[in-house]
Design a protein around this ligand. Structure first.
Ligand SMILES: [Zn+2]
Length: 187
């Protein structure tokens, strides 16, 4: 109950940006705080809110700049925090407001980190994700060896998110973009 009281959801959720539906069983939670103006302040607020109620931040990556070494793109945004309470665990995400197009990309990027986290927790999400990509006309498999770096996988999430909003071409300077295009399914 505690997670629900703080706006976390379980059961059927949809990870934003990539619009990927996931079923979270008992003990797994997700909360999306969307786009925020100040990631430092928001992070502080979230930690105060949750830690004062007995939650423990189990993974606290450095806040602020997350440089993504693809093409010429660099983002400053906050990645996800994972909060624990007893055996329950919840992922909480928010991104720094930049421009609607960059925000869209970052939201997909962060959602993909959550997909990766859930896979590490034993969820079988690779197949449904590949099915979704196939439905979009792409046969690229981001879960293969070439993309086992977490940031590369997350970058694919950003591209998928941009594509779903018709903004895919904006990211054509990034290297995975070309791989994605090369994987286009001929009809
Ligand atoms: Zn990342």
């Amino acid at each position: 109950m505690k997670f629900e009281q703080h706006g976390f959801k379980t059961g059927n959720i949809v990870l934003p940006g990539i619009e990927f539906p996931v079923y979270l069983p008992e003990d797994f939670y997700f909360r999306d705080d969307g786009v925020v103006d100040n990631i430092y302040q928001h992070n502080k607020k979230v930690r105060q809110e949750l830690e004062s109620d007995g939650f423990i931040l189990s993974d606290d990556p450095p806040i602020g700049r997350e440089d993504i070494p693809f093409g010429k793109t660099t983002f400053a945004h906050r990645r996800n925090g994972f909060f624990k309470r007893n055996i329950q665990v919840g992922a909480l995400m928010f991104v720094k407001r930049q421009s609607p197009e960059q925000d869209r990309f970052c939201i997909g990027h962060e959602s993909m980190h959550i997909v990766d986290w859930l896979i590490q927790c034993g969820f079988s999400l690779e197949k449904p994700f590949l099915e979704m990509m196939k439905g979009m006309g792409f046969s690229l498999n981001p879960f293969t060896r070439n993309y086992n770096e977490e940031e590369s996988l997350a970058h694919v999430g950003g591209l998928i998110s941009a594509y779903k909003a018709g903004q895919g071409d904006r990211w054509k300077n990034s290297e995975i973009y070309e791989d994605l295009m090369a994987s286009r399914i001929q009809k």
